[in-house]
Design a binder for this molecule. Structure first.
Ligand SMILES: *Cc1c(COP(=O)(O)O)cnc(C)c1O
Ligand code: SF4
Length: 393
């Protein structure tokens, strides 16, 4: 399965047909066919990949934690023989998922305690996270909501749209609603339009967002019909989730282009993952490819302390090092904000390399990306005394 280079530059490739040589083009481009033909069993994995014993054990374990499911489109990015493949590590379970470190939590961001009604997380004063389904196109092994996502874990996601809308209507400070789950783009166009319409009918809600990994797992879902529907609900933004440059195939690039052409501003949220994207070169290639797709890198998340994810977590210093390696060395638009979602429910906290070396009432001493040192007067105009001295001369 040699990738096919694209006409517009070899940085984007298609891996079709890959492991599915018998699929017709019409089947391949049908998102329902993609969902129906997802890889969900050990037998199906064995058919395509040379599994390690650690992966085999992980698959058996996954049945009661977070389901195994990978769309054919995404599965085609997986290396057949290499267990260290960065795509493989994101979606194929392994035995490490059975180990809980002392820090691990089943609800690492304390979402359950910030839910005034089922499915609605209201942590920040002016915005709400609205969970509208527990299903995704494929399942990420490090998912922060694995307790409720996929339908096999420890909890069920209770949804009550009427209660959620009643809450949103009553709380007039909420001006921003983020649809997530699970993945909101797995809903039918009609169902999704029903939700967007109800949100738009609430006067104080001005800003709508959809958080989704569907354009990456299932680019076929981004149909012209879906885009035409979404654009009726502007201003509507989208947060997508790409972790590795290999995920940006021709099909994904084209799906992003359809969304961007529908006027939807696109931001990317990556999770920093060991053996996937925890090095500067990979991240640089990722953020550059994202800009080519008109996607602005938005957040880089330190991996949440979700149960069974310690084998995928990196030291916090790695994220700081990556940001430091980007700032000044590449386009400002390409640099995401590194954040820790504070365990237990503190929300997102920005984590930055330190560029301020000294700071008092008179001045701030800073370093630039090259390590050169500069001074800037605190007030921006210098001490008043200086000004008087100047007048006397
Ligand atoms: C991330 C998140 C948001 C949105 O945060 P922004 O910084 O505005 O992108 C809102 N609510 C919850 C609970 C979240 O976790
Ligand atoms: S797409 Fe999002 S919600 Fe779904 S499994 Fe991945 S991280 Fe979790």
């Amino acid at each position: 399965m040699e990738p096919t280079p694209s006409a517009s530059g070899e940085r984007f490739v298609s891996h079709t047909p890959g492991y599915w040589p018998d699929a017709t083009t019409a089947q391949w481009q049908d998102w329902k066919w993609q969902l129906k033909n997802r890889v969900t069993t050990l037998a199906a994995l064995d058919k395509h990949l040379l599994l390690t014993s650690d992966e085999r054990a992980g698959v058996i374990l996954s049945g009661t934690k977070l389901a195994l499911a990978v769309t054919p489109h995404y599965f085609n990015l997986i290396d057949r023989t290499d267990p260290a493949c960065p795509i493989r590590r994101q979606v194929i379970p392994e035995i490490g998922e059975g180990y809980d470190s002392p820090y691990d939590l089943s609800d690492p961001c304390g979402e359950d305690s910030a839910m005034p009604v089922p499915g609605l997380v209201h942590r920040y004063p002016d915005r709400a996270l609205f969970l509208v389904t527990d299903r995704c196109a494929s399942y990420c092994r490090y998912c922060t909501r694995s307790r409720v996502v996929s339908g096999v874990g420890e909890q069920e996601l209770h949804l009550d749209f009427d209660q959620a809308f009643a809450y949103l209507e009553k709380h007039t400070k909420i001006r921003d609603v983020l649809l997530s789950g699970g993945d909101a783009l797995l809903l039918s166009d009609d169902k999704l339009e029903g939700l967007l319409g109800r949100l738009r009918a609430i006067r104080h809600i001005e800003f709508l967002r959809i958080g989704t990994r569907v354009p990456i797992f299932l680019p076929q879902r981004i149909t012209p019909e879906l885009c035409a529907m979404l654009r009726k609900y502007h201003p509507l933004w989208m947060s997508v989730h790409v972790n590795h440059p290999k995920e940006l195939t021709i099909e994904v690039r084209d799906a992003f282009a359809r969304l961007a052409d529908a006027g939807i501003p696109l931001g990317n949220q990556s999770v920093l993952l060991a053996g996937v994207n925890d090095d500067l070169q990979t991240m640089k290639e990722l953020v550059h490819k994202l800009l080519l797709c008109r996607v602005r890198p938005y957040y880089l998340y330190q991996c949440d302390l979700i149960r069974g994810s310690s084998h995928l977590r990196t030291p916090v210093s790695k994220g700081i090092e990556i940001i430091e390696g980007l700032r000044g060395f590449t386009t400002g638009y390409a640099i995401p904000q590194f954040v820790i979602d504070a365990p237990g429910g503190g929300g997102k906290v920005p984590i930055n390399p330190s560029y301020v070396l000294y700071h008092d009432k008179e001045k701030v001493v800073v370093r630039n990306f090259e390590g050169k040192i500069f001074e800037y007067p605190e007030s921006g105009i210098g001490p008043v005394l200086r000004h008087e001295e100047f007048l006397m001369h």
